[in-house]
Structure formats: structure tokens, C-alpha cells
Design a protein around this ligand. Sequence first.
Ligand code: CUA
Length: 372
Amino acid sequence: MRVRRSRSATGWALIAVLTLLLSGCAVAGDDGDIPQNALAPAGPVARAQDALWDLAFPIAVVVFIVVQGLILYALFRFRSRGQEEKLPKQVAGNTRLEIGWTLLPAVVLAFIAVPTVSTIFALSTAEEDALNVRVVGKQYWWEFEYQDPEQQGVVTATQLVIPAGREIQLDMQSVSAQQPFDPGALPQGEIDPRGPVALGVIHSFWVPQLAGKVDVVPGHTRHMKIEADEPGLYLGQCAEFCGLSHPNMKFSVLAQTPEEFDAWIEAQAQEAEVAEEGLAAEGQNLFAEQGCVSCHAVAGHPDNLDIRIGPNLTHFNTREEFAGGILDVQNDDHLRAWLANPQAEKPGAQMPNLNLSEGDIEALVAYLRTLD
Ligand code: CUA
């Protein structure tokens, strides 16, 4: 008996040590920053939500300790001591206690509800000068489409670029890149240039340092706002299981100074240059011949169809990551591996394996490198 007890104590100690060690995995770099720490808000939206946590969490801890403490006390105090005992005094109802444990939680809940409800209302109204971006969740990457007249036509993927210090209003939808076996079987109007709406799945948009998560549900437009105080890179992650590559559906929000952002928008609104000669021109032809144009838009490509089933590649080189944030844009080997076999890099990816030859892949990489 004694041996077993000491073993389970060892087991608990091991779990405690492992928990400590694994919690270290969340820390990146030497400065101890946790890039997806929801308790380190970096903007007003996240701060308002964090303030609610700061209010409710200590109360919840006190309630937990009191309730669990009473349960443990009752378990030990009134446990069976082995011998036959007569029943304790039987009690039916106690008005004072019942009023007490009804009123007290009601007061606590009301105390939490007032700031919670007012925060919900405050966060659901958009400021006049908010920047409007449509976010489209697909399997398995995020598309960002700038909605305001000054930024019309700018569409990007995987990295959302925003100006720091300005509110960003997000309209979020879900579509699928998957093509239906029988398009006629889908309800009218369920296919748009971005992919069939009816085949969308639930994703959840979460940039912990900028705002709490919001589910993106097919057939609905969900709204949320985010804002970053300072320029910087804020990491995000799809937070709702959406299929095989749900863990590979990462993204980031890059907050820039307003001047940098304006320059970025101006550059993004330009068309890509047409490749006139060499390997890049060969790749440009292949981009049409191999059918890339029927999923990917490249504004400026001679055969551009402006279809947005896959990511818009017009300014591919200005992004940091691709394939849902798991591969490095600047790494030629990543690009080659992706073009050779997308599913091997990202299971369930909806980009087909085109069985490209090595020569084709080199030409396509050369072309993609011209897309600045
Ligand atoms: Cu999208 Cu998980």
C-alpha cells in the first residue's frame, strides 16, 4: 500500500515537471515573449477583453476555492468511520441559507454582467474612420480583401497588413476552394469567384494579442474589430477544427506605421510586370498552360482570369509565408517542394498535384520571383 502511494506521488511530480517544461515551449526568443499570449494585449480591443478577464478570473478563483473547500470539508468531516453509526439529524430546507446562496451568486453575476455587456456593445460598434477588410476563411488559409475605395482591388493571403493605431473592421466569411462534384446540386448563388459558399466549413479567426477569437461560419458574415497600438508582427491561428490541415492554418497581422501602410497599399494596387524573356517568361506561359490561372489571380498576367479560388499571387514576393503560413516565401526549396507535391507539405491542401517536371518547376519559381 505504501509503495503504491509513493509511486503515484512520483507520477504527480513527473506531470508537474513536464507541465513546467512544456509551458516553456510557448516562449520564443531570448526576451521571453510569448507571441500568442492572450494575456498580453497589444491593442484596445484585446485590452477591453483582458480587463473583463482580470475582473472575472479572481472572482472565479474565490468561488472555486470556497466551493471545492466546502466539498472537501464535508467529505472528510462526515466520512464513514467504519463502525455502525446512527443517521445524523435529518434537515429539510433552511430559508435563510437558501436566500443567501441564491442572492449571493445573483449579486456576483450582476457585478460581472454590467461591464461585460457594456464591453460587448462597445466592441460591436465600428468607428467612423475604421478600415474595412473582408476576411475569407478557406481550407486552409485566410484571404484578406481591402474594401474601402482607397484600397479597392487589394487582395492578399496569409498576412493581413494594417496601419497601427487605427481600428480595423473585419467582415468574415467562409467559402471552400473545393469544386463540387455537381455544381448544379448547390443552391443558386452559392458559387462565387472565391469558391463555393455552400462547401465552406467553420474556421475561427484568432490573433490572441489583438482580439479574442470569432468563429467564421458558412453562410453568415461575422464581424469583429482589431487594432494594434504599435507597429509589429502579431501571430494568429485558426482556432476551430476545420479539417486535415487545421493546425497548418496559421496567419499573421503585420501592423505598420500609417505611412508604411499607405505605401504598401499603393504597391499592392499595381499590376505585376509582364515577363518578356528567359525562364521567367517560360514560367509565365506555364502558369496559363498548367491551369494555374483557373485558381490564382495575378493582375498583369496576360491570361489572368481574376479567379480567387487560390491565393492572389500578384505580389507573392512581398509576403513572408505561404501555404497557410507554414512555408517561407523567400525559400526556393519550399517553393519547389510545394509545386512538386502540395499535399506532402500540407495534408488536405486543395491545390492539386500537377505532376510538374523539374524544368517546369524551375520556370514557375523564376516567374513567381518576378511577382514583387
Ligand atoms: Cu480553419 Cu481550423
